[in-house]
Every structure is written in structure tokens, then in C-alpha cells.
Design a protein around this ligand. Sequence first.
Ligand SMILES: C[S@@+](CC[C@H](N)C(=O)[O-])C[C@H]1O[C@@H](n2cnc3c(N)ncnc32)[C@H](O)[C@@H]1O
Length: 356
Amino acid sequence: MRVIAHDPLPIDGNGNRLPLPPDFVMGVGGASRTLLDLTPSRHVSRALDLGCGSGVQTLFLNADRIIGVDIDERALQAANASCHLSGFRQVEANVWRNGDSMIELREGSFLDPVEGQRFDLIVANPPFVIEGAGHVHRDSPLAGDELVRELMATIPQHLNVGGRAILLGCWLHTSSMDWEERLLSWVPAGVSAWIAQRELLDLDAYVDVWMQDAGLDAAEQLKWLARLEQLDAEAIGFGWIVLERSRRVWTVAEDVSDAPRTPNGEEVERQLAAFESEPTAVELLDAHWEFADAHWRGGLMLNPFEALLLERLRAGDTLAEAVDAVADSQSVEAGDLLAAGLLVTRELVRLGYLTA
Ligand SMILES: C[S@@+](CC[C@H](N)C(=O)[O-])C[C@H]1O[C@@H](n2cnc3c(N)ncnc32)[C@H](O)[C@@H]1O
């Protein structure tokens, strides 16, 4: 069992929520849960949690050697308390053993305490709130979405070949560039990236979400909005970024705000494998497919021909057999259906609905 030690939410004598102090150490928040969901549970050798806070991610990582880094001494005290309360054995100051896992908590800024080291898995729920009010646990210390750009540039230098990083972040939508193009331009050469936008908020809604916790008044809200407008911001996206040192380099930026849920770690791994795969036409035609029911992306919008094809694939046909059978049943030439069949199958493989 894991127990997370954290500051209690401040309340007044009548039970009303008070503004969070600037050095608040949070427990398991909504973003923490999203990252916990996304993180694959497969065992790795070395894992790193950037901005570990009270240890929410660190304590759940499955690795021989785990390092949690935070700049805030109070957060590290809470992370140590979490290790203790979770029954881990203290080996020395800031070092804990949990079965075969060794967990070390280090104080410092992001990657500074792990200079020159490489990991198989890096997770980060960094302080990504843009132009916020100076809360160390949530407000970015850099202007605009510069922290996300900085982390995307530096984290891959700390990944082993085959290693991957999963981070949460917020990014600006500006008038001068598509958000996808802007974020993809931050991906270092030779690194694969999946940038998924889970939510898009206009500036008023964005400031509203974070204002209440900070206890800001209307004048401060207007100042926050003005700072965002100065950055040419039109809206703000929130989502996850996976960076990978994969064999074949690929990059994807997409909006997934229509998806009914966040993918779990296993689904993330399957999605990354699907992005990396490059099946040939022959492979697409000859494979037998497994269809992922209850896919995290939700249901599919298919035209009648595509729906018939998928029905056959799900029943065990290869695509070559399915095209023949559908052409037969619809009295059309198989050759006329082939190109469309390949196109839709390739896309369903890419999105992770079909696995060979
Ligand atoms: C949003 S909290 C995430 C806490 C925890 N990892 C989770 O998922 O719930 C961000 C954490 O980053 C830490 N942080 C802020 N600036 C940092 C920096 N420059 N280097 C390392 N950690 C930092 C904060 O102290 C805070 O604990």
C-alpha cells in the first residue's frame, strides 16, 4: 500500500477553503492521477520523477533504481514521510528500499541533480501553470510555456536508447503559428514524440480554473489575463507529451479532447508501438488482426464500406480476404476497394485500434 503525506487543504473556522500558501505541498491532484494513469507499469532498470513533490509518482514507479527530484525542501520532507508511511525501509538520509527497488530523493532543479545520468523512464508533472501567481507546486518558473519547451529539449539527453519520458504540460495557442507546428518544432532531432492535447481552454476559463486556489481577486485576474495577452496567447492547451528514443523516429501532435478517457500505461505503450510501426501493403493485406474494444479514443466514424471491412477483419479475415468478401457481397470489383481498404486499415493500425 502507498500512503502519500502532504499538506492539508487550508480552511477557515467555518470550513471554507482558504487560498493555498505559495509553498503548499500537494497530495494526489487531478494532474497527478492523469500521469499515474499514463505511466506504463512494466519494470525498467532506472526511472526518474522530475518535480516529485510528496512522492505521488515516485512511489508507484516500477524500477530497480528510482530517483525523485524536487527543488522544494518541504516537498522532499513529505516524500520521505510518504516512503516511511508506505513501509519502505530507510537506508540512509533520503534513500529508501522497497523490496528490490532503491528510491533516492534529491534536492535541486529538474535535471541538475542527475547530470550525466540516463534513464529508461522519466515522468514529470511539472509546475506548468502559465503566468501564475508564484506557487512553487504548480506555477511555471519560466515565462509563458517556456518550461515545457526547455524540458522537451533537455529530457531526451537523459534517456537510454529505447527509453521514454512522459510529461504533462500546458501550452499557448498563439495567432502566429498552429499549436501542433509550434510544439513539434520543440522536439529535438532524432527523438520521437507524441503530443496529445487533452483540453483546450480560452484565457478567461484558464485563469478561472487556477484563480480560486490562489485566492486572487478580480484585479489580479485582469493582470493575469493581460500577461497572457502580451504573450500573443489566444487559448491554452493542456495535455501530455511522450518523448522516446525509438528505433524509427516519428512525431505526432494531435487533439484528443474528444476521447472519452485517458489511455492507461499499457495503452500508451501500444499506441507508441503503433506510431513506430510502418507496415507494408503486403503486411497489411496478409495479417490477422485483433481489434481493441473499449478503445480509449472512443468509437469510430466509418463509412458503410469501411464498417463492412472492419466487421470481416474482426471475424478473423485478412484484409485481402475481407476486400474480396465485401466486393463480392456488394457486387463491385475487389480492385476498386483495395486502395480504400489499405488506407482505412493503415489508419486503424496507426491509431491503435488494430494490432497484428
Ligand atoms: C504539480 S507538482 C507535482 C507533484 C507530484 N509529482 C505529482 O505528480 O503530484 C510539481 C512539483 O514540481 C516541483 N518543482 C517546482 N519547480 C521545480 C524545479 N525547478 N525543479 C524541480 N522541481 C520543481 C514543485 O515543488 C512540485 O513538487
